[in-house]
Design a protein around this ligand. Structure first.
Ligand code: IPM
Ligand code: MG
Length: 367
C-alpha cells in the first residue's frame, strides 16, 4: 500500500515559518512511529499570485483534489490589499474550500490549563473549556448569488445573498451530530430565525436531522444571543453548529476565550473519497500576521495542532494525535511561551523554532 499523501501549502506571512515546524513533526512521525507521508509542497495566496498571477494555480487545485489531506499555513498580506477582489490571496483559500466541497469546518476552542489565566475572561469562566464550533463553509452569504457592486439609479449598491438549501443544512448538521455523539452529546444550533428565512429553514432542517440522533440534546439559539452566552458562560456549550458567516464571527470569539489565536487549529471536511477518507484541509485559525512575519516570533502551535487534527480525522491515528496534543500541553506546562503568549514579566519568549524543538523533545520523551 502506498503512503498517505499530504499537500503542504505554507502560504504567506508567518505561514512558512510555522509550517517549517510542522514538517519537522511530520518527519518525526516517519522516523519514530513508522508513519511515513508522501509530502508535496506548493503555493497558495499572495506568493502564488507573485509566481503565477493567480492566488491558486489550476495545477495546485488539481493536486489538492488528489491528496489524502491538505495542510495550509496562512494567506494574505498588506502588499495585496489593492488587488482586484478575484485575485486577492483569500480567494485561493476560498477556492480550495469550495471546489473540494469542504462543507464542515471544525474549530475547537480549548483552553490549555497552563494558559487559563491568559484569557481576557476570568479564569473560572474558561478553565477546562473545550468546545467545538462546526461552521458551514461552502455556502451562505460567502458564496450566494447575486453578489457584486451594481449601479442602481444614481448610486451603487453592494449585494451579497444569504442562501441555504435543505441538503446543505442537512449535511453539515449530520457532521455536527456525529461529532456530538463522540463528545458529550450536546449540540446547540445558532442562526437568526427571528429575522432571516434562511434561519427558519436552518432551524427546521437541524431539528429534523436531530430525530436521527435522539441521544443528542439539541438546543437552538439566536446567533447574537449565542455570542453573548459564549462570553458569559462558555462552558454551557459542547458542540455548536452554525452557518458560514456566523461561524466566522463566533469562532473568532470562541478562539479568544482561550487566550490566543496562536493556539487554535481547524479542520475542514467534505464527503468521503473513494478510500473512505473525507476530503480534508487543515489550517490554523490565525491569519498570516504580516507584522511579525520572518522574525521567528510566530507561535507554531496552531499549525502543529492542525496536523494533530489531520492525524485524527484523516488518518485514523487518534492515539498519535493524543500524543502530539499531550506534547504541546507538556511544553506549555513547562512554561515555554512564544511572544503572543507572554503576560508575565521576566519570562523571555522562545522563538518559533525553539517551540518546535521543545515539542519534538516532548514527543521523544513520550516514547
Ligand atoms: C477564516 C478567515 C477567512 C474567512 C478569510 C481569510 C477568507 O477569516 O478562515 O475564518 O472569512 O472564512
Ligand atoms: Mg475568520
Amino acid at each position: 500500500m502506498s503512503n498517505p499523501s499530504l499537500l503542504i501549502l505554507p502560504g504567506d506571512g508567518i505561514g512558512p515559518e510555522v509550517m517549517a515546524e510542522v514538517r519537522r513533526i511530520i518527519d518525526w512521525y516517519g522516523a519514530k512511529r513508522g508513519l511515513v507521508f508522501d509530502v508535496s509542497e506548493d503555493l497558495v495566496g499572495g506568493c502564488a499570485y507573485d509566481a503565477h498571477g493567480t492566488p491558486l494555480h489550476d495545477d495546485t487545485m488539481a493536486k489538492a483534489q488528489e491528496v489524502d489531506a491538505v495542510l495550509l499555513g496562512a494567506v494574505g498580506g498588506p502588499k495585496y490589499d489593492s488587488l482586484d477582489f478575484s485575485l486577492k490571496p483569500e480567494r485561493g483559500l476560498l477556492r480550495l474550500r469550495k471546489e473540494m466541497d469542504l462543507y464542515a469546518n471544525l474549530r475547537p476552542a480549548q483552553c490549555f490549563d497552563a494558559l487559563a489565566d491568559f484569557s481576557s475572561l476570568k479564569t473560572d469562566v474558561v478553565a477546562g473549556l473545550d468546545i467545538m464550533i462546526v461552521r458551514e463553509l461552502t455556502s451562505g452569504v460567502y458564496f450566494g448569488e447575486p453578489r457584486g457592486i451594481f449601479e442602481e439609479g444614481n448610486e451603487r449598491v453592494g449585494i451579497n445573498t444569504q442562501r441555504y438549501t435543505e441538503s446543505e443544512i442537512d449535511r453539515v448538521a449530520r457532521s455536527a451530530f456525529e461529532l456530538a455523539m463522540r463528545r458529550n452529546r450536546k449540540l446547540c444550533s445558532m442562526e437568526k430565525a427571528n429575522v432571516m428565512e434562511s434561519g427558519v429553514l436552518w432551524r427546521e432542517v437541524v431539528t429534523e436531522v436531530g430525530k436521527d440522533y435522539p441521544e443528542v440534546a439539541l438546543t437552538h439559539m439566536y446567533a447574537d444571543a449565542g455570542a453573548m452566552q459564549l462570553t458569559r458562560w462558555p462552558k454551557q456549550f459542547d458542540v455548536i453548529v452554525t452557518d458560514n458567516l456566523f461561524g466566522d464571527l463566533l469562532s473568532d470569539l470562541a478562539a479568544m476565550l482561550t487566550g490566543s489565536l496562536g493556539m487554535l487549529p481547524s479542520a475542514s471536511l467534505g464527503a468521503p473519497m473513494a478510500n473512505g477518507r473525507p476530503k480534508a484541509l487543515y489550517e490554523p485559525v490565525h491569519g498570516s500576521a504580516p507584522d511579525i512575519a520572518g522574525q521567528g516570533k510566530a507561535n507554531p502551535i496552531a499549525c502543529i495542532l492542525s496536523f494533530a487534527m489531520a492525524l485524527r480525522y484523516s488518518f485514523d491515528q487518534g492515539a498519535e494525535a493524543d500524543r502530539l496534543e499531550k506534547a504541546v500541553e507538556r511544553v506549555l506546562a513547562d512554561g515555554l511561551r512564544t511572544a503572543d503568549l507572554l503576560g508575565q514579566e521576566g519570562v523571555a519568549p522562545v522563538t518559533t523554532a525553539e517551540m518546535g524543538s521543545a515539542i519534538l523533545a516532548a514527543l521523544d520523551a513520550s516514547l
